[in-house]
Design a protein around this ligand. Structure first.
Ligand code: MN3
Length: 235
């Protein structure tokens, strides 16, 4: 598109009359709305570890609600929260940040990361390469890492997440956060780059597992996308 045409279009967009979608374009304060990313696989793809209905509700209802409520919260937010990438938004979540941005922004970031960390079940599913080496160096063995991660997941009281994350010093650690917090948020007690995440909110497993969170956590290892975890590790 030529520059003059582009300026014309953006000027028109700024009036809030663009294609009948003033919520997305209106007023000078408009920030680009966040949107629900498609799942990288169909809803039934993770069976028998996670059933199709759980995936459908989790993605199309729960995650969608975080996206919608985040966009709504941003409409009245301090300008510093506008027009930033999701990762940058996470870095702005301190104890003063609006709760709606903290919870829904965290919900959007965490789920967007979580979907990519899952894949159809595989036998003998294990990390490879640099991440495998680093896990072994830090935890002694892959099995020892798994048991530390599982213990942490079982101890989350109420709703939250379990993380494998990389500290600023490059050390791998296991930790948990409540609600939709994550290790990128300054408000979080654990700090670093998320590598692997597990949603232990009941909405993530209750239809299939009911109160048996332990079975959900143990089955999770079959569907971890370790290539994606390694990409996260290299960030
Ligand atoms: Mn969830």
């Amino acid at each position: 598109m030529k520059r003059r045409q582009f300026l014309k279009l953006t000027a028109f967009a700024g009036t809030g009359l663009w294609l009948g979608a003033p919520h997305a374009w209106g007023a000078a304060s408009a920030s680009a709305d966040f949107s629900l990313p498609p799942l990288p696989y169909p809803y039934p793809a993770l069976t028998p570890v996670i059933d199709a209905l759980t995936m459908e509700i989790h993605h199309s209802k729960h995650h969608q609600a975080y996206v919608d409520n985040l966009n709504k919260a941003l409409k009245t937010a301090d300008p510093k929260f506008l027009n930033v990438k999701l990762e940058t938004l996470m870095s702005l979540i301190d104890s003063q940040a609006p709760v709606a941005i903290r919870n829904n922004g965290g919900g959007h970031y965490n789920h967007s990361m979580f979907w990519k960390l899952l894949q159809p079940a595989k036998a003998d599913n294990q990390p490879k390469g640099e991440l495998k080496k680093s896990i072994e160096a830090q935890f002694g063995s892959f099995d020892q890492f798994k048991s530390q991660f599982q213990d942490a997941a079982l101890k989350v009281f109420g709703s939250g997440w379990v993380w494998l994350f990389k500290t600023q010093e490059g050390q791998l650690k296991v930790g948990t956060t409540a609600n939709q917090d994550n290790p990128l948020m300054p408000v979080s007690a654990i700090q670093g780059q998320p590598v692997l995440a597990l949603d232990v909110w009941e909405h993530a497993y209750y239809l299939q597992y009911q109160n048996k969170r332990k079975d959900y956590i143990q089955n999770f290892w079959q569907i971890v996308n370790w290539s994606q975890a390694e990409s996260n590790f290299k960030l």
